[in-house]
Write a protein of this length. Sequence first.
Length: 323
Amino acid sequence: MYLVGILQSRWVLITDGHEVFASDRDVDIRACGEPSAHGRRIYRLTMTQDELQRQCAANGIELRGRATHLQQLKMVSAPIVAGAVGAFVAGGPIGAAVGGALGWLFRSPNAYSNENLASWFAFAKRGCENWASFDVKELERAAAELERAAAYQKAIEHKWCRYHQLRSIKFLYESRGIPFEAAVAALYEADGYAVEKTKASGDYGVDILARRSAEVLAVQAKGYSKRVGVRAVQEAISGALFYKATKAVVATNSFFTTQAKQLANASGVTLVDKVELTDMWRKHNTSAPVPAFSMREYKALEKDIDRLLFWIDFKEQRGTRGW
């Protein structure tokens, strides 16, 4: 038998004698909307009918169902008796009222008929199923958002690290003269060489001597913005002879002309251009200090970060392997 729980003229639960459905707040029996962020949630209760009766009694919820003829008679018996007494005393009009009441008893449809309650129950069950489907979609959406957020966080933290590492290597790219020579010397030293800087003038075309075991490198360091030409290779060759080095090296934070490459290839001179220099830097700066990630600081630097990394990535796509 269907029963509906009424609280302050609104239904809050309904049962068919087996399943029980309830709302998270009072539901207007006429409301039949779909689930939404602000809608009334309908959910299934797991309880016996006895437990339902006790819960309703404890919370002031009136259970209503299909009224029997005896229940209907009780509902109108008091007014009928009062009307009969009045009719005995006052006559006609009151008697007509009693007749009208009896007519209502046998002719008025029962608002809580099985048909109506079955329709309400079906609505509640359908609402519960809709909410279950809605919850699954919400969970899937939330999971997708979390996945996107995690991917975004990982991507921007990677960009943060690249940016700060590049801010360090930027010095190597932009330095000239003695500061660049010092930077190159530090790279060879990090690679296990014993490094000796030659004097600033009269160095015979060699800025750095790097020794490791029997190997002696005579290094000419050229911090340039333009391409390094053949003269630097010639100086490295003569300097290597003077210092009795095993190999002549020209290192630059730029690139070499075709003629310089041809002479180096013919004479056995090692050329270290911006790409190889970057590789050397990366080799020994994989754990270079990077500030702890801060979303606020990242947002403040985001335009600079994107501008720098776009240039580097564009160069790599073009095959120049710039960072």
